[in-house]
Design a protein around this ligand. Structure first.
Ligand code: ADP
Ligand code: ZN
Ligand code: ZN
Length: 879
């Protein structure tokens, strides 16, 4: 049998399967998706089996064998192997890079050199296949020698006890014998093997099982002499247990002694065994069980369509567009229940930041132990154990951030993507995939339904539901638009290109549950405040609002829109700003350490007292960081209790949750923060939401600036008045006339979209086309310019040959434009100059393939001194 293996070398030259012989001892175990160790170019590497073949591509004699099968159960499934292949084509990356994204970090093994005593080889090899982690110990003893060469007893015994033992460990422990070790290996007294070991192993604990023979145990309790009181107590206790108890817990919890438990085990009355234990981050936490709520009429309609689609086992995509508080989560929960009842599994994606205890509680409360939670704040071991619950079919639901889309379920019925417009669904490093598009592809493989949920859908998803050719609403649009007050949007009938792979069905939830009103939103023009003599960062309105809440004992949330905005240092005399010496970007001022830091490369320096350029003392920091807002609050409202939530206060594991839980317990009056405070929080005593400066993200050189601003304002406004107490929202801005501010005031997504689509259409941006951003970088500018120009020229030639190099303004269905090369918005990063090309295309153009072809000549050869080319398909961040 021949296995086709993708080896873990992320280079383009090796981006294809290599053939390996499968020896008979492994043949029954190896499957598509198995992780193996294989010899490759003189090394041992990890790889994945992607298929089998009858005939090898190399001659028989040169065919090497798979060295080791690394897991008894393959970590990947055939559909994931196929999905990785699709990702490598779609996102222009190597197959192995895509495969690596699918497995937990614990399985990203490292090759290590091990040695064992040669004569024990047979025994070692047997136990190896039997048990991955626990090797049988060598039992032979006695001086080992070969000719003149002999191992010191101490060394030999150590090796025998540990066998096989890491070579590095031996070298470290016995430096005086390193020469001897070398000779022993050369002479064959010791044998070396290279093995891939997991970073983290399954955790094993000693567990005590209740007596198998109850009668004998009961008799023993009755017969035990008085001096064995401890043993009697232990046995009696275990007789009452129905489940096995971890030894540690038995000793600590029940106050029994280890010796008495062991004595009972020796007598055969109890059984002690090693068992696997999950590192469960939610262990010991009780979740209140919640029953399904009777759905409202609107919820029912949406649920009905989702449930029917899941039952049909036909792949489909639905856009659940529901205002904040419209009960989307309840719809998800009930749809998942249906899916589970049909014997299928569900994946729920939420933005990392929304993986708060509140969200987890709702899912655990409904589905209990059937839920695995995957997020990046878990330790490698905890994450591995949650992942194993999925792979070993112990759970039916996986909830997690972006990469949970690769949860190794075998029969997926439903994939939910909550807050689908969030940029965190796009991975910014290779593989640069978008979880939404991967979800659609995975659903295709499983005949599953994808539900995209949002109050403010991305324009791409909205277009897929409403504007895409053949979408249900592109021509008619009866029911849907009735839900928006009978207005039918007037869109052009021109075919719209969406980043999404297929069209979607729109399911609207335009009202809050229980008829709660949307909070009133007030816009404050900060220019007028300044004219009126108010120089503070708080308008009179917001100041008053905060004072009222303090007096009534209610809570407030303050948002500082910090996207692309930070505190920087500037000289008021000459205009000098402190920039990073490695990146062309301003340094950010940090109050606590009084240091300047680069957010891109980490460069740190002391904040200057005088201007390095002109020597003036009028150098100071500008911008409104969260720290400054906090100081200002303390000055204006002495004694006010503020919880600040930003990148500085949430670096520690669990800190995010801790801060929120303190706020939930009303241990603070104000929750102040960046984007983090806008998402998914639900606190009954929050009656005021203030946005300090709405505009800071509006003027970024990014075509999504207005969309992001609208989404943020709408999200944060949704935090107020979700319960009995009515809510109030105050938005401070310098551009009150901008449509993204005005429409968010009225919670009017439709009007926003209508205006925004007009702009996108005029400027040819998604959803009217798709984009690929190619970034080239090098330390030397001339070399970079030359390669960038060659690349762009080659790409234009290829597009022309394919007959698609046509202006997007034309009426052609298939069109592609190559813009650039131009300097990137951040023209230098980590000492490398950066240029970029933007490719816009629509129709049946395979732009990714053309880009790959044009880039290929520049990507081959040695890495040193080369221009690096990064390819980002459907980029979310243009900066
Ligand atoms: P969304 O996810 O759309 O923001 P939620 O699912 O958080 O909305 O629902 C908002 C509130 O309404 C929650 O407190 C939820 O428990 C409640 N809720 C949802 N559906 C119902 C229902 N059918 N009946 C009563 N309350 C509901
Ligand atoms: Zn830098
Ligand atoms: Zn100066």
């Amino acid at each position: 049998m021949i296995a086709r293996v993708i080896v873990d070398v992320p280079s383009r030259q090796t981006d294809r399967p290599f053939d390996y012989r499968v020896d008979s001892d492994m043949a029954g175990w190896i499957e598509v998706g198995s992780r193996v160790a294989v010899p490759f170019g003189g090394r041992t590497l990890q790889g994945f089996v992607v298929g089998f073949a009858e005939e090898a591509e190399v001659e028989k004699g040169r065919l090497k064998a798979v060295a080791e099968l690394l897991d008894p159960m393959p970590p990947l499934l055939p559909d994931l192997i196929e999905l990785a292949r699709w990702m490598s084509i779609t996102y222009v990356c190597t197959w192995t890079t895509a495969l690596q994204a699918m497995i937990p970090a614990a399985l990203k093994g490292k090759a290590e050199r091990y040695v064992y005593i040669t004569e024990d080889r047979g025994e070692y090899a047997d136990s190896r296949t039997a048990d991955q982690d626990g090797y049988e110990r060598g039992s032979g003893q006695g001086q080992l020698s070969l000719g003149a060469l002999s191992l010191p007893i101490e060394l030999e015994q150590f090796i025998r006890q540990q066998e096989p033992v890491k070579l590095s460990l031996l070298q470290e422990r016995y430096p005086q014998w390193s020469g001897l070790l070398k000779s022993a290996l050369r002479e064959g007294l010791l044998t070396e093997t290279v093995s891939v070991r997991n970073r983290v192993a399954v955790k094993k604990v000693l567990t005590v099982f209740p007596p198998d023979d109850r009668e004998a145990a009961e008799a023993a309790v009755a017969d035990m002499p008085a001096r064995a009181a401890k043993q009697r107590e232990a046995l009696a206790y275990m007789l009452e247990q129905e489940e096995p108890v971890p030894l540690q817990q038995l000793l600590a919890g029940a106050g029994l002694s280890a010796s008495s438990v062991r004595a009972l085990a020796d007598k055969g009355l109890l059984r002690i065994e090693e068992t696997q234990q999950d590192r469960d981050p939610y262990a010991g936490r009780a979740f209140v069980r919640t029953e399904p709520l009777p759905l409202t009429e609107l919820q029912s309609a949406a649920f009905g369509q989702i449930a029917a689609a899941v039952r049909s086992e036909q792949q489909g995509t639905m856009l659940l567009q529901g205002v904040t508080g419209s009960g989307k989560t309840e719809v998800y929960l009930q749809a998942i229940e249906q899916c589970i009842m049909q014997g299928r599994q569900a994946i729920v994606l939420v933005p990392e930041i929304a993986l708060t205890p509140q969200m987890v509680e709702r899912f655990k409360g409904r589905f209990g132990d059937l839920v695995a939670v995957l997020h990046s704040r878990l330790s490698t071991g905890e994450r591995y154990d949650e992942w194993r619950k999925i792979r070993e079919k112990r759970v039916k639901v996986a909830i997690g951030a972006r990469s949970a889309i690769f949860a190794p379920f075998e029969r997926i019925g439903l994939i939910i993507i909550d807050e689908e417009h969030e940029t965190s669904y796009k991975q910014e490093e290779s593989p640069k995939y978008h979880a939404r598009d991967v979800a659609v592809r995975r659903a295709e493989q499983h005949g599953a339904v994808v539900v995209l949920g949002s109050a403010t859908p991305s324009l791409e998803s909205y277009a897929a539901a409403v504007l895409a050719p053949g979408s249900r609403h592109s021509s008619g649009g009866e029911g849907v638009h009735a839900a928006y007050g009978g207005q039918r949007p007037d869109y052009s009938t021109q075919a719209v290109e969406t980043g999404m792979l297929q069209r979607a069905v729109l399911l609207p939830l335009p009202e809050r549950v229980g008829g709660r009103p949307m909070p009133g939103v007030e816009i404050v023009d900060m220019r007028a405040e300044l004219q009126g003599g108010n120089r503070s960062m708080f308008s009179r309105k917001l100041h008053q609002g905060l004072a009222d809440r303090l007096e009534r004992g209610e809570q407030s949330v303050l948002l500082l829109n910090r996207r692309g905005y930070s505190t920087f240092v500037m000289c008021r005399s000459c205009g000098y700003t402190a920039g990073c010496p490695h990146c062309e970007i301003s340094l950010t001022f940090h109050q606590k350490s009084r240091a300047l830091r680069c957010h891109y490369c980490g460069h740190t320096e002391r904040s200057p007292e005088t201007c390095p350029s002109c020597g003036s003392e009028h150098i100071r920091f500008f911008g409104t960081g969260t720290q400054r807002v906090e100081e200002e609050l303390a000055k204006l409202f002495p004694g006010i209790r503020v919880i600040r939530m930003d990148v500085d206060t949430t670096t520690e594991k669990g800190s995010h949750e801790k801060l929120l839980s303190r706020f939930g317990k009303r241990q603070a009056d104000v929750l102040l923060g960046t984007q983090m405070v806008a998402k998914g929080l639900d606190f009954p005593y929050v009656t005021l939401v203030g946005v300090i400066a709405a505009d800071t993200s509006l003027h970024l050189p990014d075509f999504r600036a207005a969309e992001k601003t609208f989404q943020l304002l709408t999200q944060v406004a949704g935090r107020a008045g979700r319960h009995e107490l009515p809510g109030e929202v105050i938005i401070q801005t310098y551009t009150p006339e901008h449509y993204s501010v005005l429409t968010s005031q009225r919670h009017d997504y439709e009007s926003f979209v209508r205006e925004e689509l007009k702009q996108r259409r005029i400027l040819s941006y998604p959803p009217y086309c798709r984009l690929i951003l190619v970034t080239l970088s090098h330390e030397q500018l001339p070399q970079l310019v030359s390669v960038s120009e060659k690349f762009a020229e080659e790409l234009r030639v290829l597009a022309a040959e394919a007959g698609v190099l046509v202006s997007l303004d034309s009426r052609e269905a298939d069109a592609m434009e190559v813009l650039g090369p131009v300097a990137s918005p951040i023209p230098r990063l980590k000492d490398r100059y950066r240029f970029q090309c933007m490719i816009k295309y629509r129709g049946a153009v395979d732009a990714a393939a053309l880009v790959k072809q044009a880039a290929r000549p520049h990507m081959e050869g040695s890495a040193a001194g080369k221009v690096l080319i990064g390819i980002d398909v459907d980029p979310q961040v243009i900066l």
